[in-house]
Ligand binder design. Structure first.
Ligand code: NAI
Length: 317
């Protein structure tokens, strides 16, 4: 098989001045992509800014014979970052939303400012850069977007309420963009990485960090950005060479008959069926998820209303 390449493709990698973003940028550039290396250059807590982080990675890419330009805007200003891509390379094909900060603190002690800055950088930032690139991708009928969530968001983690909420918000954004982009050949996937970086160096022992190289995350990201990859709406856990896909799982559940009142005692009695995963399903979109409910509601023999049109009931556009 010939090497997969990105010749002629333009990629924006946010937060690419260090850690995972730097590795993604180097990986794409090594395979021929022209890269906008975005980084605000602030601290891990989101304070300050500097051009040096992005500049250093641009130099690294150029030294290896690749093409890259630096951008120092915050991801909250997606328009400026996309403009850098347009000014330098004329278009944008790939957006890797990776920039991030931490303001870890227990919920009890969390301030509104701790909450707001994490939402702004992670959730608003991922939206802002994607939103600025979206019309360009739609127009050309091509786009690849990778979002960065976290195990903390998926599973919950002590002391990270702001981060968990923002990270799962990003997954919700990705799910919607995947649906809206599907018909325009814009594919949107999400990774939950684990890697040694300044965000993890204070919370993991050095021996563990040694084997958690950012370079073990970038091959998946690069594949998800490639034109031959038809995956969309996926969520992947990735780190130290491990790559796996996640999906939703729903129990078979219990349906109380329509038109007959039921109360919390009935719910308590049926709790076993409600929570039993032995005959689970894996809905992948709202139609699949709502189908069992709406088919009962629209079936007169089950006490439903025949006038409900399933198609209209589940379309939200
Ligand atoms: P890092 O701190 O090395 O890299 C993040 C980069 O984003 C930094 O260079 C920083 O300057 C930049 N940045 C921060 N705010 C910015 C803003 N407003 N605009 C532009 N750039 C900004 O950290 P790491 O670990 O490489 O993190 C990358 C992403 O991966 C983050 O979204 C993080 O939440 C996520 N992640 C990382 C994990 C890990 O194990 N390292 C685990 C789960 C998620």
């Amino acid at each position: 098989m010939a090497e997969l390449r990105f010749d002629g493709r333009v990629a924006i990698v946010t937060g690419a001045g260090g850690g995972l973003g730097r590795s993604h940028a180097l990986t794409l550039a090594a395979r021929g992509a022209k890269v906008v290396v975005n980084d605000l250059g602030g601290s891990a807590h989101g304070d300050g800014q500097s051009a040096s982080a992005a500049d250093k990675v641009v130099e690294e890419i150029r030294a290896l014979g690749g093409e890259a330009v630096a951008n120092y805007d915050s991801v909250e200003n997606g328009q400026a970052i996309v403009q850098s891509a347009l000014d330098a390379f004329g278009t944008v094909d790939i957006v890797i939303n990776n920039a991030g900060i931490l303001r870890d603190v227990s919920f009890q002690k969390m301030t509104q400012a701790d909450w707001d800055i994490v939402q702004r950088v992670h959730l608003n930032g991922s939206m802002s850069v994607s939103h600025a690139a979206w019309p360009i991708m739609r127009e050309k009928g091509y786009g690849r977007i990778v979002m960065t969530t976290s195990a903390a968001g998926i599973y919950g983690n002590f002391g990270q309420a702001n981060y968990c909420a923002a990270k799962l918000g990003i997954l919700g954004l990705a799910h919607c963009l995947a649906e809206e982009g599907r018909g325009k050949n814009i594919f949107v996937n999400t990774i939950a990485p684990i890697a040694a970086s300044r965000l993890t160096e204070t919370i993991m022992p050095p021996a563990l960090l040694e084997n958690l190289k950012p370079e073990a995350v970038s091959p998946l990201v690069a594949w998800l950005c490639h034109e031959e990859c038809e995956e969309t709406k996926g969520l992947f856990e990735v780190g130290a060479g491990f790559i796996a896909k996640l999906r939703w799982e729903r129990t078979a559940g219990h349906a109380f008959p329509l038109g007959r009142a039921f109360n919390m005692d009935d719910v308590a009695r049926k709790w076993g069926a409600v929570t039993d995963f032995s005959e689970s399903t894996h809905p992948t979109n709202t139609n699949e998820a709502l189908a069992p409910i709406l088919s009962a509601v629209s079936n007169p023999s089950l006490g439903g209303n025949e006038f409900i049109d399933l198609d209209t009931a589940t379309k939200t556009e």
